[in-house]
Design a protein around this ligand. Structure first.
Ligand code: BV8
Length: 228
């Protein structure tokens, strides 16, 4: 049995990580054009560094929740039976890793990594980033940026993601509003291959109509039940 799960910020909400489009979400506080686009970074890198430094600083204090642990358990159980779980996350937090998930693709990048805009080297990064930060490889100052995918940038590992989705026996989306493409288009790719698709979310997402099954409620309740 090969399962592909796509997660969004709703899976981390009960760990205390803010979602994006809920009433008091990230984009209610920050203009995504200023905080999460290459143009915004070019115009005001200090603002963008402050936005990501604040989120990176908060991350070590939050913990994975029952939904993260249930997905890590599912991966182990499937592997023990010769199957697989490919976990594709839009989240830039590291809660899936900390819960034990291994076969994980961060399609929108990772908050705890930084990338040099001059030599493209990628580095684990726990500290603040600023316009003075020098690249540990090429020593270029001012080109280090968060290793995340901004609007208008191409998400990571798309070929591997499409390969996994179109050859799955089951596709599930958990804790995502279905607002951001190409992530939100993955259910359409699965349906085009007649793959059953399940939505697990607090409420119906923008593309709920595309799913063949759905369960609604808080992720820490519905995901462990779904995994059982
Ligand atoms: C690209 C950065 C080209 C990292 C993010 C017009 C039409 C269609 C598309 C476009 C368009 N104009 C522009 C586009 C493209 C654009 C896009 O889709 N825009 C949308 C907004 C219209 N996409 C892009 O730019 C992407 N790149 O298209 O490149 C390309 C592509 C392919 C091939 C060649 C070229 C890049 C998108 C990535 C942008 N980066 N973030 C960061 O700072 O984190 S986006 C941001 O949104 C996050 O990454 C986040 O993961 C993502 C999705 O949001 P969700 O995770 O779903 O969060 P949200 O708050 O929306 O929803 C939370 C859900 O959880 C809700 O449903 C809620 O009910 C639920 N929930 C809440 N609590 C719980 C819960 N569920 C369960 N339990 C709970 N307790």
């Amino acid at each position: 049995m090969r399962i592909v799960v796509l997660t969004g910020s709703g899976v981390s909400a009960e760990s205390g990580v803010a979602t994006f489009r809920d009433r008091n979400g990230v984009w209610a506080k920050y203009d995504w054009r200023r905080a999460a686009t290459p143009e915004g970074f070019a115009a005001d890198p200090a603002f963008v560094h402050a936005f990501y430094n604040e989120r990176r600083r908060a991350l070590p204090a939050v913990r994975p929740n029952a939904a993260h642990y249930a997905l890590a358990k599912l991966e182990k159980e499937l592997a023990a039976r010769g199957g697989s779980l490919t976990l594709v996350t839009q989240n830039v937090d590291d809660l899936h890793e900390r819960a034990g998930s291994k076969n994980l693709i961060h399609m929108h990048g990772e908050l705890m990594k930084a990338r040099c805009g001059a030599c493209y080297s990628v580095h684990p990064w726990k500290d603040e980033l600023s316009i003075e930060t020098r690249c540990p490889v090429c020593d270029h100052a001012g080109a280090m940026r968060p290793h995340v995918v901004w609007f208008g940038e191409i998400p990571m590992a798309l070929d591997a993601i499409y390969e996994a989705v179109t050859s799955a026996d089951l596709f599930a989306a958990i804790g995502t509003s279905g607002a951001v493409y190409p992530a939100a288009g993955l259910v359409g790719e699965a349906r085009a291959m007649n793959i059953p698709c399940t939505e697990l979310n607090l409420e119906p997402s923008e593309n709920a109509w595309l799913f063949t099954d759905s369960r609604y409620g808080p992720a820490t309740k519905i995901v462990p039940r779904w995994v059982e």
